[in-house]
Design a protein around this ligand. Structure first.
Ligand code: BMA
Length: 337
């Protein structure tokens, strides 16, 4: 499986210590890469997204302020591992340059399409819904129309248009902790009007993703389809457990799932994943990858308290997903009824 993306410099990377008996995904040994109280006024940073930028990396980070309200903070890094954060949250503006802040903002994704970077997050729109903004310089962040009606807490753009349209995965939900949820696809010619909604993937039959799923990192384009790292949730007597799953979507019609791994790729097992503000959460929001050698780094929120980094290789993960693929009937469909 070959990644189709621009080459990058200084890709964060570490070889595995041992050959994995299961999924070929291994954690960075110095995890978590971002600990508690990372910047004044912010108690925890987690569920955040990064992209290569200039000679290093830039990211939008979910910062849980010390008053408990989440906002998005900008961070910069030379190596994708050590981060410096701006002390002030990102100030969003409307089309006239006037401040236009959401009441809260969390779980940001960051995706470059053509020459523009898009931030997509969850915010209040008379209920939890998706907010969106664009920037070219990481100085001015202009809000766009909210793409979807409430309730929806989980959205990510594809890194390029398909058949001329922007494409977005999202997960409609309820206003609470949502004990259900499938991933849908919506299209837009202009990032204002969204339609042609299609069902992509339902919650799985496997126990680790039996309650709900949600799009995670922006899909990675490969010669075999869109490689998607998503989160799958199960419910236990002590609460939800969030694991990372993997699927490959059809390149031209991404509402069709070609392969979907029946095994989780990463599930909470380290102290920083099992112990924290919300225990047992691995929540992927971004990847960076190097097409020259197939290296992929996955950034994931851990226990709603930290950020972890994990690594894989495109050919190994592609083979693993295909060898362990188990599709449901609705995964194979175009997703319209
Ligand atoms: C989800 C979102 C995530 C969070 C997860 C676990 O509903 O709110 O931000 O990581 O729950 O608490």
């Amino acid at each position: 499986m070959k990644i189709i993306a621009p080459a990058i410099k200084n890709m964060p990377w570490q070889e595995p210590e041992a050959v994995s008996k299961d999924a070929p995904v291994w954690r960075y040994r110095e995890n978590p890469i971002i600990g508690r109280n990372p910047v004044k006024g912010v108690a925890r940073i987690f569920n955040s997204a990064v992209v290569p930028y200039e000679d290093g990396f830039i990211g939008v980070f979910r910062g849980e302020q010390v008053n408990g309200i989440p906002y998005i903070y900008l961070g910069r890094s030379g190596d994708g591992i050590h981060w410096d954060f701006e002390e002030d949250k990102i100030h969003f503006v409307d089309g006239n340059g006037k401040e236009f802040m959401p009441k809260y903002a969390y779980d940001p994704r960051l995706v470059k399409v053509e020459d523009t970077y898009y931030v997509i997050w969850c915010q209040d729109f008379y209920g939890a819904a998706i907010g969106m903004a664009k920037t070219k310089d990481f100085k001015v962040f202009e809000r766009l129309e909210n793409p979807f009606l409430p309730f929806n807490r989980n959205a990510v753009l594809f890194p390029r248009r398909i058949h001329g349209n922007f494409m977005m995965l999202s997960r409609p939900s309820d206003s609470g902790h949502t004990p259900f949820g499938d991933i849908f696809l919506s299209e837009s010619p202009d990032l204002m009007y969204w339609g042609r909604h299609r069902h992509v993937m339902g919650k799985g039959e496997e126990w680790w993703q039996v309650l709900k799923i949600g799009g995670g990192a922006a899909p990675i384009e490969t010669d075999e389809g869109w490689l998607l790292f998503y989160h799958g949730v199960t419910g236990t007597c002590n609460g939800y457990v969030y694991s990372i799953g993997g699927a490959i979507l059809d390149l031209d019609n991404p509402s069709i799932v070609k392969y979907r791994c029946e095994n989780f790729l990463l599930t909470p097992q380290e102290w920083y994943e099992e112990r924290g503000f919300v225990p047992n959460v691995c929540f992927p929001c971004a990847t960076v990858c190097d097409p020259d050698n197939g290296r992929i780094a996955i950034y994931y929120g851990a226990a709603d308290s930290y950020i972890g980094l994990a690594f894989t290789r495109a050919d190994e993960i592609g083979t693993y997903i295909k060898e362990h693929s188990r599709l449901t009937e609705s995964d194979r469909e175009m997703g319209i009824r």
